[in-house]
Design a protein around this ligand. Sequence first.
Ligand code: PDD
Length: 285
Amino acid sequence: MSRIVYVNGEFVPEEEAKVSVFDRGFMFADGIYEVSSVLRGKLIDNNGHMVRMNRSLNELDMAHPCTDEEIEAIQHELIKRNNLDEGLIYLQITRGAADRDFAYPKDTKPTLVLFTQAKNVLGNPIATKGISVITVEDIRWARRDIKTVGLLAPCMAKMQAKAAGADDAWMVEDGHITEGSSNNAYIVTKEGTIVTRQIGNEILNGITRRAVMALAAKHDYKVEERLFTVEECHNAAEAFITSATMFVQAVVKIDDAVIGDGKPGTISNQLREAYIAEAMAEIAD
Ligand code: PDD
């Protein structure tokens, strides 16, 4: 079924949407993106995504195509035009079109693209089953805190996982987990402490991560934001990932190690339920 997408000021059927071949997003991955989830036709934690979008633009000295309010109006219009009940909205901003040159061109008009994707987020069957991950080398660049569209390394990591019969990959740098291919990674130790890597240039500062950290504090879980090793993962009592499209998703196998009893753990389940309850409360307002 054809969607209505948004490109540079226009709402058009996806078959008619056009971006220049000279767009720097296409040639240099000179662009940033955000993915916000939608439940019951309403955006979840979108403010956080707007804040991170602005940070990514500023870090890359890229022009803002319009105000946050204008972007939110486009998001709402897309939800309406596509009759989206549950799924996500993808947003991409690039530096725009210019003759090919590595140096940033002056005064190009940024390209703004948004589209919707229907997805079963709440009732996703994998949520009750749990996912398997393999650990792979993190071969990405050194500014993973900026959400750029340069995503070939995570694509390769996902393909490695697929070839190994796993659902996803956790990336490893100097023996420590950075994050999942498109999500933040957590383990729960046998003592019941939630461990996730500290924020820095090495990982994306997840919007879902921030919400889940706050929920963990509210529920009095012990949390350590620090480096953790592949070995710690293999010996963990529980493991999970967070992202805008998966919320809190239990991990039940890491490489060949079955985690816990091979089913989503108690803390992972509680955090998933708490996150969903909070999201539902947000859209009920
Ligand atoms: N990915 N780490 C990476 C590398 C990511 O790509 C993502 C999100 C996250 C989680 O961030 P958040 O909680 O703000 O979604 C962490 C999105 C969903 C994607 O690329 O589709």
